[in-house]
Design a protein around this ligand. Structure first.
Ligand SMILES: Cc1cc2nc3c(=O)[nH]c(=O)nc-3n(C[C@H](O)[C@H](O)[C@H](O)COP(=O)(O)OP(=O)(O)OC[C@H]3O[C@@H](n4cnc5c(N)ncnc54)[C@H](O)[C@@H]3O)c2cc1C
Length: 419
């Protein structure tokens, strides 16, 4: 790649973070013939604490980027349905449908493998220059106040380096350094889940269903069992960080106690073994609307707080936001011929997020707030277990915002109460 007069490497865009959001942005830009520098502090393949559910939107973008065959090769489980368990122990099974526009079925696949598939695609892309083991620590602005350079350190050699570009994409996840350097205020705790997960082997009674347990002390979050290979599962839970404040019990204790005592788990886990340690990370929810563009920068994925507030799924929105950012940046580079891109040229990205991702996240936020009420969950899951029409609503809800809205309307619960 070319250097400018000061010897800095020049490119169209710098993407900070090589997870799903960053790889998506980098790959879509590169395929529009833009020159990209992709920086990540980790060396790939690297671990990522996650529930490992790869579904819906994620499958669609992986296919579009040509990465799906690698993920299908790597997958450990196929998801064909959902088991929901109410706080009172009542349960319902719902099969997922698959069809045009209804891509419910997905995979469980360790994030180390998913992220490596995307990162390898970026590695093979001639328009992308990769720097792994590179930790970004600073941003520099031009005389117009637009971000135009990132600084950081190669963690292998300790060499300080800087890179110059026309736009910086912050794709550096939940603890985003870029967000902090841009002086975003800290995200309120009621819009963050603290989530933990571990891998257990030797579990009885696993099927192709992902299992969600709504249990006291965790609501509006849930405990999950996501089946991987035979008898092995990713097991974890997410609790709103605001609910954890001042609480004596550590989330690990809540998880281990639930596994040992829940009537639908304890027998199945009697001979199960925890592999390695339980990992924890933050999930920044899309219920919090964060500024995601400005002079010379955009934020994507977790750095932009785009996780579904009900399900906790973030990979799909990370991939989509990377794509939208790339489309907006490509158009802006066509319009503005030189220098760092002004905020006005990048606003299209934020509009795409608001039109295509925000409505679903807001509906999910309504669902999340309702899920705080155990009697509603007991009613909803109990009725769904008995009434085929209510079960059908859950199936529809997984694929449609309109159906999600119905579930958040008081009329829906009145109808459920009718015999
Ligand atoms: C316990 C748990 C379970 C979850 N389960 C699911 C699930 O089942 N399905 C789902 O879809 N989502 C799930 N999520 C959410 C999902 O993990 C995230 O939404 C997703 O990883 C976001 O992708 P991203 O690319 O924005 O960020 P990340 O995947 O976090 O990638 C960020 C990258 O930036 C790099 N980086 C960070 N700082 C710097 C820096 N200063 N310099 C250079 N590089 C840097 C990191 O090394 C990393 O590679 C879960 C999250 C948690 C915590």
């Amino acid at each position: 790649m070319e250097k400018n007069e000061s010897g800095n490497t020049m490119c169209d865009a710098i993407v900070v973070g090589g997870g799903p959001a960053g790889c998506s942005a980098a790959l879509f830009l590169a395929r529009s013939n833009r020159r990209v520098i992709l920086l990540d502090k980790a060396k790939f393949p690297r671990e990522k604490v996650c529930g490992d559910a790869f579904s819906g939107k994620s499958v669609g973008i992986a296919r579009e980027l040509g990465v799906l065959p690698e993920i299908e090769k790597a997958h450990q489980g196929i998801v064909r349905g959902l088991l929901m368990v109410a706080p009172n122990g009542k349960k319902v099974n719902v099969p997922f449908r698959k069809g045009p526009g209804l891509e419910f079925a997905g995979y469980t696949v360790e994030r180390k493998l998913v992220d490596d598939a995307f990162f390898t695609a970026a590695r093979n892309e001639p328009n992308i220059t990769l720097h792994e083991n590179f930790s970004v620590t600073g941003l520099l602005k031009d005389e117009m106040g637009r971000v135009c350079e990132v600084t950081g350190k190669d963690l292998a050699t300790n060499e300080e380096m800087k890179f110059h570009s026309r736009v910086v994409v912050g794709a550096d996840g939940a603890g985003s350094t870029i967000s902090r350097l841009l002086a975003h205020p800290p995200q309120p705790l009621e819009h963050i889940y603290t989530a933990i997960r571990g891998y257990w082997s030797g579990i009885d009674g696993l099927s192709d269903d992902i299992e969600l347990f709504f249990i006291d002390g965790v609501l509006p979050g849930y405990l999950w069992v996501f089946p991987m290979e035979k008898g092995r599962a990713n097991v974890g839970l997410g609790i709103l960080s605001s609910d954890l404040k001042g609480r004596k019990k550590h989330p690990n204790t809540i998880l281990l106690e639930a596994i040992a005592t829940h009537p639908l788990l304890s027998q199945r886990f009697a001979n199960a073994k925890l592999e390695g340690r339980i990992g924890a990370w933050a999930i920044p929810n899309g219920s919090y609307v964060k500024k995601n563009f400005g002079d010379g920068w955009v934020l994507v994925g977790d750095a932009a707080s785009l996780v579904d507030p009900f399900s906790g799924e973030g990979v799909g929105n990370a991939l989509c936001s990377g794509k939208y950012a790339a489309q907006a940046i490509d158009a802006a580079l066509n319009d503005v011929k030189e220098g760092a891109l002004p905020a006005s040229s990048l606003e299209a990205y934020s509009k795409m997020v608001d039109e295509r991702l925000r409505p679903e996240m807001l509906d999910s936020y309504r669902l999340q707030r309702l899920s705080r009420f155990r009697f509603l969950l007991n009613l909803f899951i109990g009725k769904a277990a008995d009434k085929p029409e209510a079960r059908q609503m859950i199936i529809n809800m997984m694929g449609s915002n309109d159906e999600k809205k119905k579930v958040t309307s008081p009329l829906f619960y009145l109808k459920l109460l009718l015999p």
